[in-house]
Design a protein around this ligand. Structure first.
Ligand SMILES: [Zn+2]
Length: 388
Protein backbone atom coordinates (compact mmCIF):
# COMPACT_ATOMS: atom_id res chain seq x y z
CA UNK A 1 0.00 0.00 0.00
CA UNK A 2 1.60 3.28 -1.11
CA UNK A 3 1.20 6.62 0.64
CA UNK A 4 0.99 9.75 -1.51
CA UNK A 5 2.30 13.04 -0.13
CA UNK A 6 1.89 16.43 -1.76
CA UNK A 7 2.76 20.01 -0.78
CA UNK A 8 3.10 23.45 -2.41
CA UNK A 9 6.59 22.40 -3.47
CA UNK A 10 8.57 19.17 -3.64
CA UNK A 11 12.36 19.62 -3.64
CA UNK A 12 13.91 16.37 -4.91
CA UNK A 13 17.36 18.14 -4.80
CA UNK A 14 18.54 15.90 -7.67
CA UNK A 15 16.19 17.81 -10.02
CA UNK A 16 14.35 21.18 -10.03
CA UNK A 17 11.54 21.77 -7.52
CA UNK A 18 8.08 20.53 -8.53
CA UNK A 19 5.11 22.78 -7.81
CA UNK A 20 2.30 20.77 -6.19
CA UNK A 21 4.19 17.56 -6.97
CA UNK A 22 3.35 14.19 -5.44
CA UNK A 23 5.69 11.65 -3.85
CA UNK A 24 4.65 8.00 -3.49
CA UNK A 25 6.28 6.09 -0.64
CA UNK A 26 6.01 2.38 0.27
CA UNK A 27 5.64 1.16 3.89
CA UNK A 28 9.47 0.84 4.17
CA UNK A 29 9.91 4.52 3.33
CA UNK A 30 11.16 3.77 -0.18
CA UNK A 31 10.28 6.32 -2.85
CA UNK A 32 8.19 4.56 -5.54
CA UNK A 33 7.19 7.53 -7.69
CA UNK A 34 7.78 11.27 -8.00
CA UNK A 35 4.92 12.83 -10.00
CA UNK A 36 3.98 16.27 -11.29
CA UNK A 37 0.56 17.61 -10.41
CA UNK A 38 -0.63 16.80 -13.94
CA UNK A 39 0.65 13.23 -13.87
CA UNK A 40 -0.99 12.62 -10.50
CA UNK A 41 -4.22 14.30 -11.70
CA UNK A 42 -4.81 11.55 -14.28
CA UNK A 43 -4.76 8.90 -11.58
CA UNK A 44 -7.35 8.38 -8.90
CA UNK A 45 -5.03 8.72 -5.91
CA UNK A 46 -5.65 9.25 -2.24
CA UNK A 47 -3.21 12.11 -1.66
CA UNK A 48 -2.32 13.72 1.67
CA UNK A 49 -1.82 17.42 0.89
CA UNK A 50 0.31 19.68 3.10
CA UNK A 51 1.02 23.38 3.15
CA UNK A 52 4.75 23.96 2.79
CA UNK A 53 7.67 22.27 1.07
CA UNK A 54 8.71 18.62 1.16
CA UNK A 55 12.47 18.06 1.25
CA UNK A 56 14.69 15.00 1.83
CA UNK A 57 15.85 14.06 5.35
CA UNK A 58 18.76 16.16 6.61
CA UNK A 59 22.34 14.99 7.12
CA UNK A 60 24.29 16.26 10.12
CA UNK A 61 27.95 15.70 9.25
CA UNK A 62 29.40 16.97 12.52
CA UNK A 63 28.14 16.23 16.00
CA UNK A 64 29.50 15.05 19.36
CA UNK A 65 26.61 13.11 20.87
CA UNK A 66 28.66 12.27 23.97
CA UNK A 67 28.80 15.96 24.98
CA UNK A 68 24.99 16.31 25.05
CA UNK A 69 24.91 16.66 28.86
CA UNK A 70 26.86 19.95 28.55
CA UNK A 71 23.82 21.80 27.17
CA UNK A 72 23.85 25.32 28.66
CA UNK A 73 26.92 24.59 30.81
CA UNK A 74 29.76 26.13 28.78
CA UNK A 75 30.11 29.94 28.70
CA UNK A 76 29.59 31.59 25.31
CA UNK A 77 32.00 33.60 23.17
CA UNK A 78 35.11 32.84 25.18
CA UNK A 79 37.11 31.88 22.09
CA UNK A 80 38.21 28.34 21.27
CA UNK A 81 41.15 28.04 23.66
CA UNK A 82 39.03 28.76 26.73
CA UNK A 83 36.16 26.70 25.32
CA UNK A 84 38.39 23.61 25.03
CA UNK A 85 39.54 24.06 28.64
CA UNK A 86 35.92 24.32 29.81
CA UNK A 87 35.07 21.10 27.98
CA UNK A 88 37.99 19.24 29.54
CA UNK A 89 36.99 20.45 33.02
CA UNK A 90 33.25 19.79 32.62
CA UNK A 91 32.85 16.68 30.49
CA UNK A 92 32.97 14.12 33.31
CA UNK A 93 29.63 13.47 34.92
CA UNK A 94 27.15 10.94 36.17
CA UNK A 95 27.00 8.08 33.65
CA UNK A 96 23.20 7.77 33.77
CA UNK A 97 22.80 11.51 33.28
CA UNK A 98 25.19 11.47 30.31
CA UNK A 99 23.32 8.55 28.77
CA UNK A 100 19.92 10.17 29.29
CA UNK A 101 21.19 13.38 27.63
CA UNK A 102 22.40 11.38 24.62
CA UNK A 103 19.06 9.57 24.25
CA UNK A 104 17.23 12.90 24.43
CA UNK A 105 19.57 14.52 21.86
CA UNK A 106 19.18 11.56 19.48
CA UNK A 107 15.39 11.75 19.76
CA UNK A 108 15.44 15.50 19.10
CA UNK A 109 17.64 15.05 16.04
CA UNK A 110 15.17 12.49 14.69
CA UNK A 111 12.26 14.88 15.30
CA UNK A 112 14.25 17.65 13.60
CA UNK A 113 14.28 15.58 10.42
CA UNK A 114 17.89 14.38 10.64
CA UNK A 115 18.39 10.94 9.06
CA UNK A 116 22.17 10.48 9.30
CA UNK A 117 24.92 11.82 11.52
CA UNK A 118 28.72 11.88 11.38
CA UNK A 119 29.49 11.72 15.09
CA UNK A 120 32.78 12.37 16.85
CA UNK A 121 33.49 10.06 19.79
CA UNK A 122 36.35 9.87 22.26
CA UNK A 123 34.93 6.88 24.10
CA UNK A 124 32.44 4.03 23.75
CA UNK A 125 29.62 5.68 25.74
CA UNK A 126 27.39 6.51 22.74
CA UNK A 127 27.32 2.96 21.30
CA UNK A 128 24.08 1.87 22.96
CA UNK A 129 22.18 4.99 21.83
CA UNK A 130 23.47 4.57 18.28
CA UNK A 131 22.51 0.89 18.16
CA UNK A 132 18.95 1.68 19.17
CA UNK A 133 18.56 4.88 17.13
CA UNK A 134 16.38 5.32 14.04
CA UNK A 135 19.14 7.62 12.74
CA UNK A 136 22.14 6.21 10.84
CA UNK A 137 25.41 7.08 12.54
CA UNK A 138 28.96 6.96 11.29
CA UNK A 139 31.27 7.29 14.28
CA UNK A 140 34.55 9.17 13.97
CA UNK A 141 36.84 7.96 16.74
CA UNK A 142 39.07 10.84 17.53
CA UNK A 143 42.81 10.42 18.09
CA UNK A 144 44.53 13.15 20.06
CA UNK A 145 48.19 13.62 20.95
CA UNK A 146 50.66 16.33 20.00
CA UNK A 147 53.74 14.59 21.35
CA UNK A 148 55.23 12.60 18.42
CA UNK A 149 56.68 9.98 20.74
CA UNK A 150 53.22 8.89 21.85
CA UNK A 151 51.75 8.42 18.34
CA UNK A 152 51.94 4.60 18.36
CA UNK A 153 50.43 4.23 21.82
CA UNK A 154 47.56 6.60 21.01
CA UNK A 155 46.84 4.75 17.78
CA UNK A 156 46.63 1.43 19.64
CA UNK A 157 44.24 3.00 22.14
CA UNK A 158 41.82 4.37 19.52
CA UNK A 159 41.94 1.12 17.54
CA UNK A 160 40.64 -0.54 20.71
CA UNK A 161 37.70 1.90 20.85
CA UNK A 162 36.99 1.27 17.16
CA UNK A 163 36.85 -2.46 17.84
CA UNK A 164 34.47 -1.87 20.73
CA UNK A 165 32.12 0.02 18.38
CA UNK A 166 31.81 -2.98 16.02
CA UNK A 167 29.64 -3.76 14.12
CA UNK A 168 28.68 -0.08 13.88
CA UNK A 169 30.43 1.86 11.08
CA UNK A 170 33.39 3.86 12.39
CA UNK A 171 36.71 5.34 11.38
CA UNK A 172 39.71 6.70 13.26
CA UNK A 173 40.24 10.43 12.69
CA UNK A 174 42.53 13.25 13.83
CA UNK A 175 41.00 15.66 16.37
CA UNK A 176 42.61 18.90 15.16
CA UNK A 177 45.90 20.12 13.67
CA UNK A 178 47.07 21.52 17.03
CA UNK A 179 46.40 18.26 18.91
CA UNK A 180 47.78 15.68 16.47
CA UNK A 181 51.49 15.19 15.69
CA UNK A 182 52.65 14.64 12.09
CA UNK A 183 53.50 11.06 13.09
CA UNK A 184 49.98 10.45 14.38
CA UNK A 185 48.47 12.09 11.26
CA UNK A 186 50.39 9.58 9.16
CA UNK A 187 49.32 6.57 11.23
CA UNK A 188 45.69 7.73 10.91
CA UNK A 189 46.06 8.16 7.17
CA UNK A 190 47.61 4.69 6.76
CA UNK A 191 44.79 3.17 8.79
CA UNK A 192 42.13 5.01 6.73
CA UNK A 193 43.75 3.77 3.54
CA UNK A 194 43.82 0.23 4.83
CA UNK A 195 40.18 0.35 5.93
CA UNK A 196 39.20 2.27 2.76
CA UNK A 197 37.27 4.82 4.78
CA UNK A 198 36.87 8.58 5.07
CA UNK A 199 37.94 10.92 7.81
CA UNK A 200 37.03 14.19 9.47
CA UNK A 201 39.16 16.86 11.18
CA UNK A 202 38.45 20.15 12.96
CA UNK A 203 40.13 22.78 10.79
CA UNK A 204 41.09 26.43 11.30
CA UNK A 205 38.52 27.20 13.96
CA UNK A 206 40.36 30.31 15.20
CA UNK A 207 43.18 32.71 14.23
CA UNK A 208 45.19 31.30 17.15
CA UNK A 209 45.48 28.03 15.24
CA UNK A 210 47.24 29.71 12.30
CA UNK A 211 49.39 31.82 14.65
CA UNK A 212 50.61 28.68 16.39
CA UNK A 213 51.80 27.03 13.17
CA UNK A 214 53.09 30.23 11.58
CA UNK A 215 55.07 31.66 14.53
CA UNK A 216 54.44 29.49 17.61
CA UNK A 217 52.47 32.35 19.14
CA UNK A 218 48.85 32.90 20.26
CA UNK A 219 46.41 31.31 22.69
CA UNK A 220 47.34 27.69 22.06
CA UNK A 221 50.52 28.20 24.10
CA UNK A 222 48.21 28.74 27.11
CA UNK A 223 46.32 25.56 26.25
CA UNK A 224 49.48 23.44 26.22
CA UNK A 225 50.46 24.99 29.53
CA UNK A 226 47.01 24.14 30.94
CA UNK A 227 47.49 20.57 29.71
CA UNK A 228 50.99 20.44 31.21
CA UNK A 229 52.45 19.61 27.80
CA UNK A 230 56.04 20.57 27.03
CA UNK A 231 56.06 21.62 23.38
CA UNK A 232 59.69 22.74 23.18
CA UNK A 233 60.14 20.18 20.38
CA UNK A 234 57.67 22.03 18.13
CA UNK A 235 59.19 24.18 15.39
CA UNK A 236 56.74 26.54 13.65
CA UNK A 237 56.22 25.72 9.98
CA UNK A 238 55.78 29.36 8.83
CA UNK A 239 52.61 28.17 7.10
CA UNK A 240 48.94 28.26 8.09
CA UNK A 241 47.45 25.31 9.93
CA UNK A 242 45.79 23.80 6.85
CA UNK A 243 48.88 24.27 4.70
CA UNK A 244 50.82 22.36 7.34
CA UNK A 245 48.65 19.33 8.12
CA UNK A 246 47.00 18.66 4.76
CA UNK A 247 50.33 17.42 3.37
CA UNK A 248 49.76 14.27 5.44
CA UNK A 249 46.30 13.53 3.97
CA UNK A 250 46.53 13.82 0.21
CA UNK A 251 44.07 11.23 -1.05
CA UNK A 252 41.63 10.25 1.65
CA UNK A 253 38.11 11.65 1.45
CA UNK A 254 38.18 14.21 4.26
CA UNK A 255 35.70 16.52 5.95
CA UNK A 256 37.19 19.83 7.09
CA UNK A 257 35.07 21.06 9.98
CA UNK A 258 34.53 24.77 10.82
CA UNK A 259 37.01 26.53 8.47
CA UNK A 260 36.26 29.76 10.30
CA UNK A 261 39.52 31.44 9.26
CA UNK A 262 40.34 29.55 6.03
CA UNK A 263 41.57 31.99 3.38
CA UNK A 264 41.49 31.98 -0.41
CA UNK A 265 45.14 30.83 -0.38
CA UNK A 266 44.23 27.96 1.98
CA UNK A 267 41.41 26.82 -0.27
CA UNK A 268 43.66 26.97 -3.35
CA UNK A 269 46.27 24.93 -1.47
CA UNK A 270 43.63 22.44 -0.36
CA UNK A 271 42.33 21.95 -3.90
CA UNK A 272 45.83 21.42 -5.20
CA UNK A 273 46.74 18.79 -2.59
CA UNK A 274 43.57 16.75 -2.10
CA UNK A 275 40.69 16.61 -4.59
CA UNK A 276 38.37 14.72 -2.25
CA UNK A 277 37.58 17.36 0.35
CA UNK A 278 34.26 18.42 1.90
CA UNK A 279 33.91 21.63 3.90
CA UNK A 280 31.57 21.41 6.87
CA UNK A 281 29.99 24.56 8.30
CA UNK A 282 28.68 24.67 11.87
CA UNK A 283 27.58 28.32 12.00
CA UNK A 284 25.74 28.23 15.32
CA UNK A 285 28.73 26.69 17.08
CA UNK A 286 31.01 29.33 15.54
CA UNK A 287 28.73 32.06 16.86
CA UNK A 288 28.58 30.35 20.26
CA UNK A 289 32.34 29.86 20.66
CA UNK A 290 34.02 32.65 18.70
CA UNK A 291 31.10 34.89 17.70
CA UNK A 292 32.27 34.79 14.11
CA UNK A 293 31.40 32.96 10.90
CA UNK A 294 33.51 31.54 8.06
CA UNK A 295 33.79 33.42 4.76
CA UNK A 296 30.86 31.55 3.23
CA UNK A 297 30.84 33.66 0.03
CA UNK A 298 34.47 32.69 -0.56
CA UNK A 299 33.69 28.99 -0.16
CA UNK A 300 30.75 29.36 -2.57
CA UNK A 301 32.91 31.26 -5.11
CA UNK A 302 35.59 28.60 -4.85
CA UNK A 303 32.95 26.01 -5.67
CA UNK A 304 33.97 23.60 -2.90
CA UNK A 305 31.59 20.93 -1.61
CA UNK A 306 29.92 22.21 1.53
CA UNK A 307 28.09 20.20 4.19
CA UNK A 308 26.41 21.26 7.44
CA UNK A 309 26.88 20.20 11.04
CA UNK A 310 25.44 21.12 14.40
CA UNK A 311 28.54 20.42 16.49
CA UNK A 312 27.54 19.43 20.04
CA UNK A 313 25.15 20.71 22.68
CA UNK A 314 28.23 22.10 24.46
CA UNK A 315 28.35 24.82 21.78
CA UNK A 316 24.80 24.91 20.45
CA UNK A 317 21.30 25.25 21.87
CA UNK A 318 19.90 22.56 19.60
CA UNK A 319 20.86 19.86 17.12
CA UNK A 320 18.79 21.06 14.18
CA UNK A 321 20.17 21.31 10.63
CA UNK A 322 17.25 23.50 9.46
CA UNK A 323 18.18 25.95 12.20
CA UNK A 324 21.79 26.02 10.89
CA UNK A 325 20.38 26.74 7.42
CA UNK A 326 18.26 29.55 8.82
CA UNK A 327 21.32 31.07 10.53
CA UNK A 328 23.24 31.06 7.23
CA UNK A 329 20.25 32.55 5.41
CA UNK A 330 20.05 35.32 8.02
CA UNK A 331 23.75 36.15 8.43
CA UNK A 332 25.13 35.26 5.00
CA UNK A 333 22.07 35.53 2.71
CA UNK A 334 22.69 32.08 1.26
CA UNK A 335 19.93 30.98 -1.15
CA UNK A 336 17.63 28.19 0.06
CA UNK A 337 18.39 25.69 -2.70
CA UNK A 338 22.12 25.98 -2.04
CA UNK A 339 21.56 25.42 1.67
CA UNK A 340 19.37 22.44 0.92
CA UNK A 341 22.07 20.84 -1.24
CA UNK A 342 24.58 21.27 1.61
CA UNK A 343 22.11 19.85 4.14
CA UNK A 344 21.17 16.77 2.15
CA UNK A 345 22.97 15.34 -0.86
CA UNK A 346 26.46 16.69 -0.05
CA UNK A 347 26.39 15.24 3.46
CA UNK A 348 25.00 11.93 2.18
CA UNK A 349 27.78 11.78 -0.40
CA UNK A 350 30.46 12.47 2.21
CA UNK A 351 29.11 9.74 4.50
CA UNK A 352 28.86 7.36 1.50
CA UNK A 353 25.10 7.07 2.04
CA UNK A 354 24.06 8.78 -1.20
CA UNK A 355 22.66 5.58 -2.71
CA UNK A 356 19.94 5.63 -0.04
CA UNK A 357 19.77 9.19 1.31
CA UNK A 358 20.07 12.83 0.28
CA UNK A 359 17.59 13.16 -2.60
CA UNK A 360 13.97 12.31 -3.33
CA UNK A 361 14.49 9.78 -6.11
CA UNK A 362 12.80 6.49 -6.93
CA UNK A 363 14.46 3.60 -5.07
CA UNK A 364 15.93 5.73 -2.26
CA UNK A 365 14.82 5.94 1.38
CA UNK A 366 15.73 9.56 2.17
CA UNK A 367 13.06 10.37 4.75
CA UNK A 368 10.66 13.23 3.99
CA UNK A 369 10.54 16.52 5.91
CA UNK A 370 7.88 19.21 5.65
CA UNK A 371 9.21 22.74 6.16
CA UNK A 372 7.76 26.24 5.72
CA UNK A 373 9.07 28.60 3.02
CA UNK A 374 7.98 32.07 1.89
CA UNK A 375 6.82 32.62 -1.70
CA UNK A 376 10.40 33.60 -2.65
CA UNK A 377 11.89 30.45 -1.05
CA UNK A 378 13.09 31.87 2.24
CA UNK A 379 13.06 29.57 5.28
CA UNK A 380 10.40 30.90 7.62
CA UNK A 381 11.05 28.85 10.73
CA UNK A 382 13.30 26.06 12.01
CA UNK A 383 10.34 23.79 12.75
CA UNK A 384 10.37 20.50 10.88
CA UNK A 385 7.44 18.14 10.49
CA UNK A 386 8.76 14.69 9.79
CA UNK A 387 6.43 12.93 7.33
CA UNK A 388 8.31 9.61 7.27
ZN1 LIG B 1 33.46 19.51 16.86
Amino acid sequence: MLKYFSANWIFPVSSPPIKNGVVAVNPDGKIEEVLTKEEAGHLDLDIIVYKGAIVPGFINTHCHLELSHLLGKIPKQTGLVEFVQHIIKSRQGDIDEIKAAMYAADKKMFENGIVAVGDISNQISSKEVKEKSKIRYHTFIEAMGFNPERAGTIMDYVKGIKQDFEPLPASIVPHAPYSVSPQLFELIRDEAQKADTFISVHNQETEDENAFFENKTGGFLDLYQFLGLDISFFVPTKKTSLQTWLLHIKEQKTLLVHNTVSSKADIAFAKEHNNNLYWCLCPQANLYIENTLPDVDLLIDENVKITLGTDSLASNHQLNILSEMLTLQKHKQVAFEKLLTWATVNGAEFLALDKQLGTIEVGKTPGLNLIQLSADFKIESDKVQRLI
